[in-house]
Write a protein that binds this ligand. Structure first.
Ligand SMILES: [Mn+2]
Length: 433
């Protein structure tokens, strides 16, 4: 006999994967672990009969020759009643999982770095052209949405969004989905936020306002990121830090939010082993003492290691400039050779006197003009930025003046140039460390 199973404390991705696997392996029995999470319990209260699920003690394990594991491949995460299977030497094992770690050895191992396991199985269903009902499509979509935070978590891959599109096309019902997915801001989140505000300590550092809260959680809570966002807004501070200690798991989740250019939360979180963006980030620290962790965070904040990347770190240099008397034709050739769309124009003393970009060459009407000095067609409105300003400021200038490159100045001299792609590299966190 073949059975399919998934991890205990099953969530929607687990159930979705379990049911999806029955379409790929129609001769296998889906075995749901005895413990499922609260949302799933509500869902099953209504939908259980539709899926023909089995309990572990309803299966004669002696006759099981094939085990298909979905959304986990760790023996310790399976229902304990199935653990005897680990001693079967001739057991055929097939795994579909998006978790990297696991100790179940499989003959057929399907692992992917993807937002949800349901996505992997939906891809397979699509490939095999299996028919799915609207209810199945709804369940699979709930699985994907739950594990990807409605396609917003950083772990989300294009495949998750494609699978979601495929399921909507197969009539997944968004109303049902809304009913069973935990409301983003529910009672649990409200209680946590209330506690945080009551206990939040407001302080100042390096001229910025900061609010910090430590919270003890009894297990996993969804959407803490959103709670943090609201916390920073309500406390009305530049920087907000939350340390959430998951007591049963003995780990701490640090979540930060910053509303100012000079404090880069992503950099701070990276030094704690996490990640993020200038305005928001998080890190999961195992076995940490929240007080010690808070101290580390404060030290990082105060110790300048957080400090926003300065333009001089991300700008392009050396800058290729052109003398104002260079003939237009020569400049055109230079630009083509170096593959640039524009460059700063300087006088004989290397002072910036203008900028020339491809657009300016449209002013050239007669070929004789190719001999004129570049200063005849260059643009004399010069927008520059000082080297100690932030990437945010550079981006704001680019948007306001509709320009794609800004000379970076130090004591009146050009020391570099910041382009749109430099700024994008920064905002999308693509800078090499
Ligand atoms: Mn999952």
């Amino acid at each position: 006999m073949k059975i399919i199973t998934t991890h205990k404390s099953s969530d929607f991705d687990a159930l979705a994967s379990l049911v999806a696997a029955t379409l790929i392996y129609p001769d296998a029995k889906p075995v749901l672990p005895g413990t499922v999470n609260a949302n799933l319990k509500n869902f099953l209260a209504i939908h259980k009969d539709l899926f023909n699920l089995w309990e572990p003690n309803e299966v004669n394990l002696d006759t099981v020759d094939t085990l298909i594991c979905v959304d986990t491949h760790s023996w310790s995460r399976l229902d304990q009643r199935l653990s005897v299977l680990s001693e079967k030497s001739d057991l055929e094992v097939i795994v579909w999982d998006h978790h990297e770690e696991g100790d179940i050895e499989a003959r057929e191992l399907h692992l992917a770095q993807i937002g949800s396991t349901a996505t992997m199985l939906v891809q397979q269903i699509e490939k095999e052209r299996k028919r799915i009902t609207p209810i199945q499509a709804t369940l699979f979509l709930i699985g994907i949405y739950e594990d990807t935070g409605h396609l917003t978590y950083p772990s989300t891959r294009p495949e998750d969004a494609y699978a979601a599109g495929f399921l909507l096309d197969r009539k997944a019902d968004l109303n049902i989905l809304g009913t069973f997915l935990q409301p983003a801001y529910g009672k649990k989140q409200k209680d946590i936020l209330f506690n945080m505000i009551q206990e939040g300590e407001r302080s100042e550092f390096n001229g910025f306002s900061l609010s910090v809260s430590r919270v003890e959680l009894d297990g996993r809570v969804e959407n803490l990121a959103m709670v943090m966002q609201m916390y920073r807004e309500l406390m009305n501070v530049d920087v907000a830090i939350g340390i959430f200690r998951d007591v049963p798991k003995d780990n701490c989740m640090v979540i930060g939010r910053s509303g100012v250019d000079d404090i880069n939360i992503g950099v701070l979180m990276r030094s704690l082993g996490g990640g993020g963006h200038p305005g928001a980030g998080s890190a999961l620290v195992k076995g940490a003492n929240p007080d010690a962790l808070l101290e580390t965070v404060l030290e990082l904040l105060k110790g300048n290691q957080y400090s926003s990347v300065m333009l001089s770190d991300i700008m392009s240099y050396p800058v290729i400039t052109v003398n104002a008397n260079t003939p237009v034709g020569d400049v055109a050739m230079m630009l083509r050779e170096i593959g640039c769309t524009g460059m700063p124009v300087v006088d004989d003393n290397e002072n910036l006197v203008g900028v020339v970009s491809r657009r300016d060459f449209r002013k050239v009407k007669k070929s004789a003009q190719m001999q004129s000095p570049i200063k005849a067609i260059m643009s004399r409105t010069i927008i520059t930025i000082d080297y100690d300003k932030s990437a945010f400021e550079a981006a704001r200038l680019m948007i306001r003046h509709d320009i794609g490159r800004i000379p970076v100045m130090k004591e009146g001299k050009i020391i570099g140039i910041i382009t749109r792609s430099d700024a994008m590299m920064y905002f999308y966190d693509l800078l090499p460390d």
